[in-house]
Each structure stands twice: as C-alpha cells, then as structure tokens.
Design a protein around this ligand. Structure first.
Ligand code: PGA
Length: 239
C-alpha cells in the first residue's frame, strides 16, 4: 500500500503516530527503527507524542536494523549514536532492551547469530521502519541481496559508501555493514518505508513499478501483507 502526503511534516506525523499507537496498544512491543535523515522528524515527533500523551516506552524492545562496520557505537554518524541521541535517551529506554549490532565486534558472524537468536527468542518484530537508499537498499540490504537472508555482513555498494559520508563529521572508510536480512524484515508484523524529496523519486518509481526482485531490495515490501510505503509528493512524483 502507498500513502502520499503533501509534505514531509505530514508524512513524519503519520509515521510517528503509527509507532506511538503500536506502543500504546502493546507496551512490550518490539520495534526496529532505521537511522538516517529521513526518519529524523518522525522520531522527534514520537518523543513529543509520547511525552504529551504519557505513553511509556520503558518496556519496549528495540532491535537494531543495521550498522557500519568499523565505526564505534559512540561515534557521531553510527546508526546507534543517531538512535541513541534522538530516541533512546529522550525516551529513557532501558539499555537492556536495546539489541544493536556492534560494528566493532571482532567476530561479526557471532554478532549476526546473536541478533538472529534474539529475534527468534522474541518471536516477531511488531513494527519495522525503514528509509530507502537511492540504490533501493533497505537497511544494508544492497542490490543483489539474498531475500532469504537473516542478519548478515554486507560489502557495501559504492553508492552507499559515498552517500554514507554525509552522516560523519570526518571522512570515514566505509566498506562493510551489518544488517538484518530481508527475511527478517518480511517476517515482521508491519513495515513502514518512508521517503521524501525529489532525490528519491526515481528509486521509488523502480520500487513500485519494476519487477519485484533483489535488483531493488525495497520492492520486496510490495509482497508484505502489512507493508506501507509513505511518500511525500516529491518522492511520489514519478509514480
Ligand atoms: P536517508 O537514508 O534517510 O539518510 O536518505 C536512507 C537509507 O539509506 O536507508
């Protein structure tokens, strides 16, 4: 399903309300939220809505979607740092409820297995929110990704390594990532994909109009029974 909003603000408001109502209905909900520029406003609105309405996130469980390999969690620009600043700290999330990839782990296969085991033990992720890269990635599921995959280590696409520099103050060597797989995203109860701006229009057209395939990993969400693509007018302009 696709929903088109007049503005980025309206889109963010809708996405924030989806997150907050998930937690309102289920205080022990399991959420998996992407880092990135797109969801920035959504998360600010989640914090504001949670505070205004006294919605308690203390028992919510957070599963990390992805992380840059070789970047410390405390480094500004890491996915963990972003989410910690914008949502975990403002909502006073219990650190024991946050299960995030450590991009500095020496044994990355073990790191993947740990997250897989946590998801298996929990059962189901209730809500996933992803952005989309201009190459069609969701999380770090790059073009060519195996749709059956669970958590895995990724050699990043050249587009991702170039664009990824925008999150960091100083230039970083970004060659690999670690990510939940398409199979785990698809097994979640609900997936929201959010995209705004004209720079996302071409990949949104490919996501929605071309064949569903790993050439555009986001296209798999069209097969999700509860997958919602939220767009502003610019991102939807080529549909
Ligand atoms: P962005 O990143 O929200 O910073 O555009 C999206 C993504 O690469 O998933």
């Amino acid at each position: 399903m696709v929903s088109i909003f007049n503005t980025y603000e309206e889109l963010s408001d809708f996405a924030a309300r989806q997150i907050v109502s998930t937690v309102q209905q289920n205080p022990t909900a399991v959420l998996c939220l992407a880092a990135g520029d797109t969801p920035h406003l959504t998360y600010q609105k989640v914090v504001a809505l949670a505070n205004e309405n006294n919605i308690n996130f203390l028992d919510v469980i957070f599963i990390g979607l992805d992380e840059w390999i070789g970047i410390e969690p405390a480094t500004e620009g890491s996915c963990y740092h972003f989410l910690n600043e914008i949502i975990f700290t403002p909502l006073s999330i219990n650190k024991e409820h946050i299960f995030f990839f450590n991009g500095m782990a020496t044994d990355l296969v073990k790191e993947c297995k740990q997250i897989d085991a946590i998801i298996n033990a929990i059962g189901t992720i209730n809500l996933v929110l992803v952005g989309i890269g201009i190459n069609g990635h969701i999380g770090f599921n790059e073009p060519g990704t195996d749709p059956q995959s669970n958590a895995h280590v990724v050699t990043l696409d050249a587009v991702t390594t170039k664009i990824g520099q925008k999150y960091f103050k100083e230039e970083k060597s970004l060659t690999q990532g670690i990510s939940l797989g398409i199979a785990q995203i698809m097994a979640s109860d609900k997936v929201l994909l959010i995209a705004n701006g004209i720079k996302k229009a071409d990949i949104i057209r490919k996501t929605m109009k071309e064949n569903i395939s790993n050439a555009v990993p986001a296209s798999f969400l069209r097969n999700h029974p509860n997958g919602i693509i939220l767009l502003d007018k610019e991102a939807a302009s080529e549909l």
